[in-house]
Design a protein around this ligand. Structure first.
Ligand code: SAM
Length: 244
């Protein structure tokens, strides 16, 4: 039926495309995407040839209106280059406008690098804060780290290989003593996740310059689980209450 379908796609391993993502993409009239070459490859892999429309949040109102007028009449998908749309990727403005226009919005869930990293790092996962990309400039980056570092939650940031050393150095300075994790090339052949003190990771990556895509996580303040309580015990309590 007509509407906007937000479809998550793999973050590296094509095997992670979901059954529902494939059937949804097969059923849409067009796919709005960031880069038609990247999405074209995915469509080819699953044997589909739907029309592709370039879209990002900087697109003109005319492009957005065009996509919305299509979605009012037929099913239209939104995908990003990798992972879940809207998560440090385009889509927020389109979804907002679709809801305002009374167009149905459905989400077909799938991989997101932030969640994959959180399941690997061995840092508290009961409470986390997704910080997107840290700012490029040193002062702005330190300000964000100081602000978010006060929250009792594991911090999750998206990073790129060339910026990793600067980000780790900023964490040593602004949030000394915090454990960090570097999760790299998730779901791909050279997947790696290292947890330690930033100084150890700085030394490691100075000797082995990192490649590829990176998620950087920072442990919460204090020691132990984010809420200061055993998260497994909390979960068991919650489930008991639910049953009763
Ligand atoms: N929407 C995507 C998602 O749901 O994960 C994120 C898009 S954002 C533009 C790209 C960033 O996501 C990369 O710089 C990296 O921090 C992270 N990322 C994406 N794929 C990754 C992977 N396979 N391994 C590690 N990090 C990844």
């Amino acid at each position: 039926s007509p509407g906007l379908y937000i479809v998550a796609t793999p973050i590296g391993n094509l095997g992670d495309i979901s059954h529902r993502a494939v059937t949804t993409l097969r059923g849409v009239a067009a796919v709005a995407c960031e880069d038609t070459r990247v999405t074209g490859k995915l469509m080819q892999h699953i044997g589909l040839k739907q029309r592709l429309i370039r879209y990002d949040d900087h697109a003109s109102d005319a492009t957005r209106d065009h996509i919305l007028s299509l979605a009012a009449a037929e099913p239209i998908a939104l995908v990003s280059d990798a992972g879940t749309p809207l998560i440090s990727d385009p889509g927020y403005r389109l979804v907002r406008a679709a809801r305002e226009a009374g167009i149905a919005v459905t989400s077909i869930p799938g991989p997101s690098a932030a969640i994959v990293a959180l399941t690997l790092a061995g840092l508290p996962s009961d409470r986390f804060l997704f910080g997107g990309f840290l700012p490029n400039k040193a002062k702005a980056r330190a300000d964000v780290l100081a602000e978010l570092g006060a929250v009792r939650a594991t911090l999750v940031f998206y990073e790129t290989a060339p910026r990793l050393a600067d980000a780790l150095a900023a964490i040593v300075e602004v949030l000394p003593g915090r454990e960090v994790s570097v999760a790299r090339e998730l779901t791909k052949k050279f997947e790696e996740c290292r947890t330690g003190l930033p100084a150890e990771l700085i030394a490691h990556y100075a000797a082995h310059p990192p490649k590829g895509e990176i998620v950087l996580l920072v442990a919460p303040p204090g020691d132990g689980p984010a809420a200061g309580l055993d998260p497994d015990a909390l979960l068991i309590e919650a489930l008991k209450t639910q049953k009763a």
